[in-house]
Design a binder for this molecule. Structure first.
Ligand code: RIB
Ligand code: CA
Length: 336
């Protein structure tokens, strides 16, 4: 069969193996990832981007309380995945931060946590294991180091690292949405929502020694989807593009009042940083998490002293090619 022989020939030429297939020098190996989220409009769009990418093997989706209560974020994850025609391993995690009460964001995401488009509510039972147990099982069983993509408060990751520290050596990287270096906060003047909801969990993550890509407000406020981008997505037609356009419309309303020209796509940045790192401008920095301050709790404090001897613990995304990012999102919607 020509196809089979052709593929084999390419493998022989490239000297690759099936698992590490390279074609003409391009590494075609999928990156195993676990997405931890709190849907949430931008979390939902991050899921659409991730499942559309040929570069990712999404091992599981885990959910935490954050934008809304865990009951609602779990229901929203099921609705979005059902609309996408995906049924990955799905597990519920923490319904509150490790040491604090939960803060939710109904003003941003609505009472349901996913106000706007009307989505069917599937009768789908999640995995019986809590998020940190499912993640531990998948990470330890994976032949390849796993990349974690948390797009909500870091509670589930904090619990995972505390309960099962052995997983750290099998994690390639954490590409997270959270924090900010120069942009200030969006939940307090100093702190971004995902970090301030559970600063103690964030502190565990940033002290873990696991490589981190930090997609904070410095970059996500530049990663705006403009009305014309939303129009291009809607014009694709079909239930997933129409869901995404509806989510963007709702999310944009809140941000337009704040003066944004478009809807800042916070969580999709954490996925894009894995599948298209070339569209980001980054700088390695040492980040400390403030867990005590009356005004600064939840702050991601970057050591900006050029003479510092503090070891960098995060690759911080500071800028993005916005047009390329919008293209990535529009193309992803076109894959459904
Ligand atoms: O600050 C933005 C973050 O908070 C995003 O993850 C959004 O979904 C909310 O969780
Ligand atoms: Ca989120």
């Amino acid at each position: 069969m020509t196809t089979c022989c052709t593929v084999s020939l390419i493998i022989i030429q490239a000297g690759g193996s099936i698992s590490g297939l390279t074609i003409f020098g391009v590494n075609m190996k999928k990156i195993p990832v676990i997405i931890d989220c709190d849907p949430g409009h931008d979390d939902a769009i991050a899921l659409v981007l991730a499942f559309a990418s040929e570069k990712l093997d999404v091992l599981a989706v885990t959910v935490a309380g954050g934008n809304q209560t865990l009951v609602k974020t779990l229901r929203n994850a099921k609705k979005v995945l059902y609309c996408m025609g995906k049924r990955p391993l799905l597990a519920a995690g923490a319904d509150k931060p490790m040491f604090r009460e939960l803060q939710i964001a109904p003003a941003v995401h609505g009472e349901s946590g996913l106000d706007g488009p009307s989505l069917p509510d599937p009768d789908w039972q999640e995995d019986p294991r809590p998020a940190w147990e499912l993640s531990r099982d998948l990470i330890m069983a994976s032949a390849e180091p796993v990349t974690l993509i948390p797009t909500g408060p870091l509670t589930n990751i904090g619990i995972l690292f505390t309960a099962y520290p052995e997983v750290k050596r099998k994690i390639a990287r954490i590409s997270l949405m959270g924090g900010s270096v120069m942009e200030g906060g969006n939940w307090s003047s100093a702190a971004e929502f995902n970090i301030i909801v559970d600063p103690e969990a964030a502190d565990i993550v940033f002290r873990s020694g696991v490589p981190i890509t930090m997609c904070g407000l410095d970059v996500t406020h530049k990663a705006q989807i403009l009305p014309e981008d939303a129009g291009a997505i809607r014009a694709l037609g079909g239930k997933v593009p129409l869901m995404v356009a509806g989510l963007i419309d709702f999310f944009y309303k809140y941000h337009a009042v704040q003066g944004f020209a478009g809807a800042p796509m916070h969580d999709p940045c954490a996925v894009a940083a894995v599948i298209a790192p070339e569209i980001f401008t980054t700088k390695d920095m040492h980040i400390d998490i403030e867990t005590k301050g009356e005004h600064t709790a939840g702050m991601t404090l970057a050591d900006l002293r050029f003479w510092t001897d503090a070891k960098p613990n995060a690759t911080v995304c500071l800028d993005i090619d916005r047009a390329a990012f919008a293209r990535l999102l529009i193309d992803a919607c076109g894959k459904y």
